[in-house]
Design a binder for this molecule. Structure first.
Ligand SMILES: [Zn+2]
Length: 263
């Protein structure tokens, strides 16, 4: 029997003040999860079945939970780490090397402390930008330079890579392999079945604990709903281009917030 896992993805933890630019991208609020949901969820999950992304790839059997955090926000250290330690879980943190030490993001010392506490540090690129639209040299730099900088910070090789937004091309997969990473994770929702691709499932603002637990258990119905939504959005993203799609989505989200349409 091969190993399987449900991988969960969080972003900033806490209130809107945790975002580096709380009034900026309205879409970023969608992924802002309160400490109560994170702690409630982790308290219900068995820490002995929890592992990091790099550990998952070593597994030959069993059903695992993998907790991941994207973007390297300061709340990873200030809010998520104490909850992880208290509940006995470990996690993988995907960090943009170009944001380290900036206001609202983790410092070098904090990232080192995370690694010393048993957390895995992975790369999310240098800048928080999509790989597919980049020229070849810029795309390669995102993958290689972030590996070098983050490896120097933690004092060991960075082996897991998560492309921004889960968007990548064949070129980017080749770059990631050549740079020496061994784990490449996607944002396709669903249950990961090794040796297949590592899928990840967003936990979003407004989710109830029950819904988050259903996702963490690999609930087939919720997986199917999320998968339909994911593939349904691929076509407009392709037609409009990723940046144009994001601008349109931001404008729609901002206007619905302004009219009281979004909580
Ligand atoms: Zn990101």
């Amino acid at each position: 029997m091969s190993a399987s896992a449900v991988c969960l993805t969080f972003h900033a933890i806490g209130g809107p003040e945790e975002l580096p630019d709380p009034g900026g991208d309205p879409g970023s609020l969608r992924y802002l999860v309160g400490e109560d949901l994170l702690s409630g969820l982790l308290a219900k999950l068995d820490p002995s079945s929890s592992c990091t992304i790099s550990e998952l790839l070593e597994k030959r059997s069993g059903c695992w939970t993998v907790i991941t955090f994207d973007d390297g926000f300061a709340s990873d250290y200030n809010r998520a780490l104490p909850i992880l330690i208290k509940t006995g879980h470990r996690a993988t943190f995907f960090v943009n090397s170009g944001n380290v030490g900036r206001a609202g993001y983790m410092s070098e010392a904090e990232i080192r402390s995370m690694a010393e506490a048993g957390m895995e540090i992975g790369s999310h690129g240098v800048n928080h930008i999509y790989l597919p639209p980049l020229a070849d040299d810029a795309a390669k730099r995102e993958v290689e330079e972030s590996c070098k900088v983050l490896s120097e910070i933690v004092g060991s090789k960075i082996i897991s890579y998560a492309p921004v937004g889960g968007h990548y091309t064949r070129r980017d997969v080749v770059n990631v392999k050549r740079a020496g990473y061994s784990a490449f994770v996607t944002m396709t929702p669903g249950v990961t079945r090794l040796p297949g691709p590592v899928k990840r499932n967003h936990i979003q603002r407004g989710y109830t604990l029950e819904r988050a637990l259903r996702i963490a258990s690999g609930d087939r119905l919720l997986n199917a709903v999320n998968l339909v939504r994911y593939y349904g959005l691929l076509l407009p993203k392709k037609l409009l281009g990723l940046e144009c799609y994001d601008r349109l989505k931001g404008a729609i989200t901002a206007s619905s917030r302004g009219s009281g349409g979004q909580r």
